[in-house]
Ligand binder design. Sequence first.
Ligand code: ITT
Length: 192
Amino acid sequence: MDLVFATNNNHKLIEARQVLGGNHKILSLNDINCDIEIPEDFDTLEENATQKAQFIHNKFGFNCFADDTGLEVYALNMKPGVFSARYAGIDCNSQNNIKKLLQELKSSNNRKARFRTIITLILEKEILSFEGIVNGKIIEEFRGKEGFGYDPVFIPEGYNQTFAEMPPSLKNNISHRANALNKLSKFLSLHY
Ligand code: ITT
């Protein structure tokens, strides 16, 4: 099946194609000639994922899905969460966000965190959501060059490497996004 992935994040697109690409054609926004910045106006992952998917579906009519992801840190009352992309400010990059995170956690022994992804799928007018979570901890320094976002400071439970130190294929087996994408894949294989 052809599905548009409503994301401006190329890393997410690569990850989704690795999980779903064998059975489905995953089209990018480029592939459908869409160069519009998709709005993300809400303060929950669920609402933002739905807004992104609905925006593309309404404008272009394709079956599509969108992902909204947050890093939830226990000692910070699950922040930055839905505000992960702009944690250090609206124009800040991942490095700035991580620096702010490490600063906020400086006096804390509780480094427990999780990534949570919500994927919303719009298929033949039906709207469905899939959640993926990976538990882990935030380390005190940047480690690794793979991945993106907060990957250099996040070690998933049961591993010694950060997501940015792992081969991408390993992150893509165990991550929050892989988890949600696998649920989406299972749904598609059962129903279509
Ligand atoms: P789209 O909304 O266009 O899909 P985005 O990069 O804005 O792309 P999010 O709003 O979902 O995506 O991302 C929120 C933040 O969380 C952002 O700073 C990302 O870098 C970070 N993030 C998302 N997925 C991640 C992952 O797998 N590993 C590390 N950081 C991640």
